[in-house]
Design a protein around this ligand. Structure first.
Ligand SMILES: [Ca+2]
Length: 528
């Protein structure tokens, strides 16, 4: 190359560098954010059917969850994380795709998840992340977008779970919540490529039905009696016909296997030993002192609630193990830790267990984010965020472009900006699965910070709640003169959201199919 040409190229290079420096430090350019340059690791802790009411950071009236509370203390707790469709597989599909059920194809638990579509783990993987999925997958199709997976088969058992990998299936002896954590820690320690940032989806079965506690907590709460929740004997007056039609009452619909008054399913020797230690003496007591009426309802509620809380307690213990590992290994600062469940759950509110409804206990799911490098600790945020926002948020955290067809949006501005950051004025919800377990009528609706409008389209019936005046949603004010304007505004917003989100037209006239979940047999246990 001629000297003169070389000189010209050097000048061009110098001018380019100067321009870049000007961009970085010039008066009109934003100040650079001082952070670690490497993209953060993401640990997504995901449980199944965990109610906010069973986390002390959310004000549980029942128990303490010190390790989840620690995450909340060190991060941001979202009070209003709303799910798009309150049931297992649809929630999981929404988390993976950043899309509502009608677009990702998973409207109910009955479908096979289409793993060929775009997902957040695939996009992170393509951007150089190492991706792993360990624990409960529950999407029937083979996991895609992961460098490594070790998953339960279907719902998986609470004890001695078969664990499936890309190449084989091995039964591991022990309590599933502990085992999933062992596998996650093994992967963090020895399994991953430590030159890459990682996404670890660490997903528990617990506290899904039928709530089998671990060996460490079999007798926890034995000396406690919990009072029935104030709405336990809800008679569903003022509501549509849907609530009264459902079969998910603690006092009527829990069966012997749920309540551990019968083994029913064949148990192996190890399971039998645990079962006898935990329930043998308690069942002797109930046999010798038969109960009836409200006393029997209270007994059932306590049996149910205590097993549920015991299952949660092991989740909390294991989250402590994981947080300790991140500290000890020096990973904590540049690792985002997220805690969430696939939906909320009823702990006797309205008399119920299970989920599905757009009512608050199942619409809301726990959501806590800790990100020491970027987010101030100890925040409580009331923004209307959602599980549809998880995928775009993780991509944003990783510096990966969010695809235009994702329907959620990044929560990062809220995480960094705090409570005054505007996020979403109204949220769309849609539940589809019917006829199915528990006979909950399909419905959709809109929730704002204060109001909730629900349409049960199989019944052609509406409900409207003022959450400020009626937080328990006992008083349906739809059609009342005082709410005419509010109702009209919500109807408009609902139609707008349905259009924005490309929701197909109402499936009316809805086929008047009969629903009888008493005849479901054991299928109810696979109902996510
Ligand atoms: Ca679930």
């Amino acid at each position: 190359m001629k000297q003169s040409t070389k000189r010209i190229l050097l000048w061009i290079l110098a001018a380019f560098i100067g321009f870049r420096i000007l961009l970085l430090f010039g008066g009109c350019a934003p100040a650079p954010v001082e952070t670690n340059d490497s993209p953060p690791n993401i640990v997504f802790i995901f449980t199944d059917d965990h109610a906010q009411a069973a986390i002390s950071a959310y004000g549980s009236p029942y128990h303490e969850t010190p390790n989840i509370d620690r995450l909340a203390r060190e991060g941001v707790l979202f009070e209003n994380c709303l799910v798009t469709n309150s049931i297992c597989a649809p929630s999981r599909a929404t988390v993976l795709t950043g899309k509502y059920s009608h677009l990702n194809g998973q409207t109910t638990n009955g479908q096979l998840f289409d793993g060929s579509q775009q997902t957040m783990p695939k996009l992170l993987q393509a951007a150089g992340y190492e991706t792993a999925m360990i624990g409960k997958w529950h999407l029937r199709s083979e996991p895609t977008g992961f460098d490594h997976f070790q998953v339960l088969i279907g719902q998986g058992p609470y004890y001695n779970p078969p664990i499936r990998t890309a190449t084989d299936t091995t039964r591991i002896t022990g309590y599933t919540t502990d085992i999933i954590t062992d596998l996650a820690l093994d992967w963090l320690e020895d399994g991953r490529d430590d030159k890459k940032p990682f996404l670890l989806m660490y997903q528990h079965k617990a506290p899904h039905r039928n709530w089998q506690p671990g060996p460490d907590h079999l007798t926890m709460f034995d000396d406690t009696t919990f009072a029935l929740p104030p709405t336990f004997y809800d008679d569903y007056s003022t509501r549509s016909d849907a609530a009264a039609q459902a079969n998910m009452r603690v006092d009527e619909n829990l069966n012997a296997y749920d309540l551990k008054i019968s083994q029913q399913r064949p148990l192996n020797e190890a399971q039998l030993e645990v079962w006898n230690a935990a329930y043998g003496p308690k069942n002797d007591a109930i046999r010798d002192n038969p109960l009836e009426g409200q006393a029997f309802d209270e007994w059932k509620f306590n049996r149910y609630l205590k097993d549920y809380l015991r299952s949660v307690q092991s989740v909390d213990d294991n989250i402590g193990r994981l947080l300790d590992y991140l500290d000890e290994d020096g990973l904590a600062d540049n690792t985002v830790v997220v805690y969430a469940s696939d939906q909320g759950w009823y702990l006797g509110e309205h008399g119920w267990y299970d989920k599905r409804w757009m009512y608050e206990p199942s619409l809301k799911t726990p959501f806590i984010v800790r990100w020491p490098e970027r987010v101030d600790p100890g925040q409580i945020n009331e923004s209307l965020v959602s599980n549809v926002d998880f995928a775009p948020t993780f991509l944003d955290m990783a510096g990966v472009e969010i695809p235009a067809d994702m329907q959620g949006k990044s929560i990062v501005p809220v995480l960094e900006g705090g409570t005054d950051t505007a996020f979403r004025d109204a949220f769309y919800y849609h539940y589809y699965e019917y006829p199915a377990s528990h006979c909950v009528q399909p419905h959709y609706g809109v929730r704002t910070d204060r109001y909730k409008l629900i349409y049960f389209y199989g019944l052609g019936q509406w409900e409207l709640f003022d959450l400020q005046e009626d937080p328990d949603e006992l008083n349906n004010v739809h059609g009342q003169a005082a709410f005419t304007e509010i109702q009209a505004g919500l109807e408009v917003r609902l139609a707008e959201l349905r259009e924005e989100l490309a929701v197909p037209d109402d499936p009316r006239p809805y086929p008047p199919e009969p629903c009888n979940s008493d005849a479901e047999g054991w299928d109810g246990y696979d109902a996510g």
